[in-house]
Design a protein around this ligand. Structure first.
Ligand code: A3P
Length: 303
C-alpha cells in the first residue's frame, strides 16, 4: 500500500501509518522535548474511538472542584482545547501552549502507538487511560470524518474503498488492531498505570465507568459528592446530546482544516449495521478475532 486514499496521504513509520504534518512530526518533537510528570494524566486512543467524549469526562472529573456547572469551561470550549493532543497541538511548531505552564494536574491526550510513546511518559509513572471501540463502528465513524476533511477537488471515497484501506491497516495511527493490542498488553502488565476502557462499556454503564475513572485517577467521589449526585450531573452535562449541541462544538473550529462538529455524529453503538454488508462486517470481525481474541480482549460479546 502507498498511503494514499483517505483525506491526507499517510506515511509508514515503524509499522504504523501517520499523516506527516499532523502526526509524525509532532511525535518526533514530543519524543525529544516532552517531560512527563508523575501527576500527569494521559488519554490514549485510536481516532474515532470516543476520545472527545472521554476528554470531556476526564476533564470534568479531574477539575470538578474548580468550576460550577454554569461556568464550566467545557460549555464554551471544545474538549480538544481542554485536553490537548500532544502531537497536534503542543509539539507542532511553533508550540501553541507552553506545556510547562499548564495548570496541574496536566491532562494530555495522544494517538501515539505504545511503541512510539515518548520515554518520559512511561518512566514518569503517570496514569494512562486507553479507550478502544469496535472496529466496525470505528471504520464508519472514520469514513464520515474523512469525508468532511477531504478536499473538494477529490472524488468522494466510497465505503468499499475505505473498508479496504482500513482492513489493510491503512488509516491514521493504524493498523487499528496493532494499536489496541499494544496498549492491551501494557495494561495487562501494569494495571495500576493503565486503565483500559471500551466505548461500548462506557455507553452501557456510564456511571460505573465514571466512578472507575475517578478512582483510577486518584480522585474518587466522596460520600458528600455521591449525596449531591455529582456523577449523574457530569454524565448529563457532557452527554452526546448536550455536548454536540453546544455552540462551540456545533459551529466552532479547531484549526484552519478542522471544524469542531467532525467529532460529533451519532454517538451510538452498532451504527455499522446501517452501512456495512454482512461480508464486510464478518471480515472485520475475523481480523479482530485473529489479532485480538487470543488476548481475551473481546471476551464478552459487544453490546
Ligand atoms: P460516531 O461517528 O459513531 O457518531 P473521537 O472523539 O475519538 O474522534 O470519536 C468520535 C466518535 O465519538 C463519534 O462517533 C462521535 O459521535 C462519538 N461521540 C462524541 N461525543 C460523544 C458523547 N458525548 N457520547 C457518546 N459518543 C460520543
Amino acid at each position: 500500500p502507498n498511503g494514499k486514499g483517505w483525506a491526507f496521504d499517510l506515511c509508514l513509520y515503524e509499522g504504523f501509518w501517520y499523516e506527516r504534518l499532523f502526526g509524525l512530526e509532532g511525535i518526533m518533537f514530543a519524543q525529544e522535548y516532552f517531560q512527563a510528570r508523575p501527576t500527569n494524566v494521559f488519554l490514549i486512543s485510536t481516532p474515532k474511538s470516543g476520545t472527545t467524549w472521554l476528554k470531556a469526562l476526564i476533564f470534568a472529573i479531574m477539575k470538578r472542584t474548580c468550576y460550577t456547572n454554569s461556568t464550566h469551561p467545557l460549555l464554551t470550549t471544545n474538549p480538544h482545547e481542554c485536553i490537548p493532543f500532544l502531537e497536534f497541538r503542543l509539539f507542532r511548531e511553533p508550540p501553541v501552549t507552553d506545556v510547562e505552564k499548564l495548570p496541574s494536574p496536566r491532562l494530555f491526550a495522544t494517538h501515539i502507538p505504545y511503541m512510539l510513546l515518548p520515554k518520559s511518559i512511561l518512566c514518569s509513572g503517570c496514569k494512562i487511560v486507553y479507550v478502544c471501540r469496535d472496529s466496525k463502528d470505528v471504520l464508519i465513524s472514520l469514513w464520515y470524518h474523512m469525508a468532511k476533511m477531504r478536499s473538494k477537488d477529490l472524488p468522494p471515497l466510497s465505503l468499499e474503498e475505505g473498508f479496504k484501506l482500513f482492513s489493510k491497516g491503512l488509516s491514521g495511527y493504524g493498523p487499528f488492531w496493532d494499536h489496541v493490542l499494544g496498549y492491551w498488553n501494557a495494561s495487562m502488565e501494569c494495571p495500576q498505570r493503565f486503565l483500559f476502557l471500551r466505548y461500548e462499556e462506557l455507553k452501557k454503564e456510564t456511571s460505573i465507568n465514571v466512578r472507575r475513572l475517578a478512582e483510577f485517577l486518584g480522585q474518587p467521589f466522596s460520600m458528600e459528592e455521591e449525596r449531591e449526585r455529582v456523577v449523574e450531573e457530569i454524565i448529563k452535562l457532557f452527554s452526546f446530546k448536550r455536548l454536540s449541541n453546544l455552540e462551540v462544538n456545533k459551529n466552532g473550529s479547531l484549526n484552519a482544516f478542522t471544524k469542531s462538529d467532525v467529532f460529533f455524529r451519532k454517538g451510538e453503538v452498532g451504527d455499522w449495521s446501517n452501512h456495512l454488508t454482512t461480508q464486510m462486517a464478518e471480515s472485520l470481525d475475523q481480523i479482530t478475532n485473529e489479532k485480538l481474541h487470543e488476548f481475551r480482549l473481546f471476551r464478552e460479546p459487544l453490546v
